[in-house]
Design a protein around this ligand. Structure first.
Ligand SMILES: O=C(CCCC[C@@H]1SC[C@@H]2NC(=O)N[C@@H]21)NCCc1cc([N+](=O)[O-])ccc1O
Length: 124
């Protein structure tokens, strides 16, 4: 039955949008991410993403990971998740993320990482 494919455009429950390129033979992909929210007072800009998924040919609902290197703030987010087909045959990406912000010293390292979840649905 139908496979869940990562390439294309996705939106999450925060209103962020991401576009993922074609997935290459090794499962590698790249794309861009436009977050709807930020923890800084900086102006939000499109940011690049790079990731990989389990070998695309073998998997119907592949697991994946990708990193967004934020162009407008000294921080990075890694997302991990899985691409599912939901009950009405729609694709959904269930993810968890870690957001690491730059801090000034090792003493501040304890407060530098946030964690959360995001669910993405395909933008038709
Ligand atoms: O905001 C960002 C980048 C955008 C993150 C968007 C997240 S990624 C997970 C979730 N999903 C999604 O779509 N959007 C959100 N970095 C700020 C980190 C930071 C905070 C502080 N501070 O709080 O003081 C100071 C300096 C800093 O660099």
């Amino acid at each position: 039955d139908k496979k869940c494919v990562l390439s294309g455009s996705w939106r999450n429950e925060l209103g962020s949008n991401m576009t993922i390129s074609a997935v290459n033979a090794e499962g590698g992909f790249s794309g861009s991410y436009l977050t709807a929210v930020t923890a800084t007072n900086k102006r939000i800009l499109v940011s690049p993403l790079k990731g990989s998924q389990n070998h695309k040919s073998q998997r119907k609902q592949p697991t994946f990971g990708f990193t967004v290197s934020w162009t407008f703030s000294n921080s990075v987010t890694v997302f991990v998740g899985q691409c599912f087909m939901d009950d009405n045959g729609e694709e959904i990406l269930k993810t968890m993320w870690l957001l690491r912000q730059e801090v000034r010293s090792p003493g501040a390292d304890w407060k530098a990482t946030r964690v959360g979840t995001n669910v993405f649905t395909r933008i038709k």
